[in-house]
Design a protein around this ligand. Structure first.
Ligand SMILES: Nc1ncnc2c1ncn2[C@@H]1O[C@H](COP(=O)(O)OP(=O)(O)OP(=O)(O)O)[C@@H](O)[C@H]1O
Length: 357
């Protein structure tokens, strides 16, 4: 049986989120999605801050939220759920020291002062803050404060930990260290975790599985590596840094809405929806129709934009869906590319993965 299970729909104005998720004990589930996809709404329902229009949330054998279609709703108050929440700006009491902040959880369930302080000291050590126990939040850096907030959340020994963009407010230099601390502590404590993030790296480093939300619905889900290697949704493809052409399975490949046909390494059975995935570095750009015998995909289009990437220039081209190519600056200069340039793109079929949707 899953440790966490939630199935509900919830409305916020015109927005509706429909969700069905489960996480095994100790599993880290990342929730990815663009702005407004419903990620915070999902956490609010799990935390008991928001009541769904229908559905339930269960943690272990305890039903925390139960809103039947007809009949009485039941909602366990947020403070009585064994659910911890850590947001972007970890909530810590400004007037308490780091130690007192972390000891707060154990104290509030009746643990004696000395024992709570002993446990809090252990947690502060675990998150790399030994020696900072007596500082108040104002005397700590943003990254250190977030460590205190993490220690505080874990010291309450939640059955499920909810992380809402926990690294988003930190400097890029600090985020990797805290990401590592999160990873260690979640693994060490075996806490079932739901991690909302914009950053694909968080999912790669921390999560066993991911779900991708878009417009209030789950559009992709599975093991992190699999979802990123074979995205089924354009948003996931962008996160994974790959091109995704979704269309009808036809003639062994994928027929895009704009008529483009994409062949892959292995032919795919016709019928139904399929997706072709290929890396921007696998796309060659030509200013004339390319000649050559090897089996490959060739499409005529035009350049929409040139964008700086890391040691490459990303060439965005017209089409539905859009295809991007990564070229060296020298190649872009040699081809004389600019927005509006007519180009032919070619991709070797051996570089294209095809899968069913
Ligand atoms: N209090 C509210 N009242 C009405 N609508 C709301 C409220 N809060 C959020 N919404 C709407 O619900 C939708 C989902 O918002 P939510 O904050 O869950 O998205 P998100 O995926 O967390 O986005 P972001 O990544 O920008 O934080 C949005 O369309 C938003 O406008």
């Amino acid at each position: 049986m899953s440790d966490l299970e939630a199935r509900f729909s919830v409305r916020r104005g015109d927005f509706e989120l429909d969700l069905d998720l489960a996480a095994a004990e100790g599993e880290v589930l990342a929730v990815l999605g663009p702005n407004g996809a419903g990620k915070s709404t999902l956490l609010a329902v799990l935390a008991g801050l928001l009541r769904p229009s229908e559905g339930f949330v269960r943690v272990g054998d305890q039903v925390l939220t139960d809103v039947p279609v007809a009949g009485r709703a039941r909602l366990v108050a947020p403070e009585h759920r064994a659910v911890g929440l850590l947001g972007q700006d970890g909530l810590v009491f400004p007037h308490l020291t780091a130690l007192e902040n972390v000891a707060f959880g154990p104290r509030s369930v009746g643990v004696r002062r000395a024992e709570a302080a002993r446990r809090a000291t252990g947690w502060l050590e675990a998150v790399g803050l030994a020696g900072m126990a007596l500082r108040r939040p104002a005397e700590l850096s943003g990254g250190q404060r977030q460590r205190v907030a993490l220690a505080r959340a874990l010291a309450a020994e939640p059955r499920v930990l909810l992380l809402d963009e926990p690294l988003a407010a930190l400097d890029v230099g600090v985020a990797p260290q805290l990401r590592q601390v999160l990873r260690e502590q979640v693994a060490r404590t075996g806490t079932t975790t739901v991690l909302v993030t914009h950053d694909v790296l968080d999912a790669v480093v921390l999560a066993d599985r991911v779900i991708v939300l878009d417009g209030g619905a789950v559009v992709d889900e599975g093991l992190t590596a699999q979802v990123l290697a074979a995205p089924r949704d354009p948003f996931t493809a962008t996160l994974a840094g790959v091109n995704l052409v979704v269309g009808e399975a036809r003639d062994g490949g994928v027929r895009a809405p704009d008529g483009r046909h994409v062949a892959g390494r292995e032919p795919i059975e016709p019928g139904g929806q399929a997706a072709a995935v290929f890396a921007p570095s696998a796309v060659a750009v030509h200013t004339r129709p390319p000649a050559g015998a090897s089996p490959r995909n060739v499409w005529r289009t035009h350049v929409v934009a040139l964008e700086p990437g890391q040691a490459v220039i990303r060439v965005r081209t017209a089409g539905s869906p859009e295809v991007v190519a990564d070229l060296t600056p020298a190649a872009v200069a040699e081809l004389g590319l600019a927005p509006g340039s007519e180009v032919w793109l070619s991709v070797k079929a051996t570089e294209v993965g095809l899968h069913r949707r």
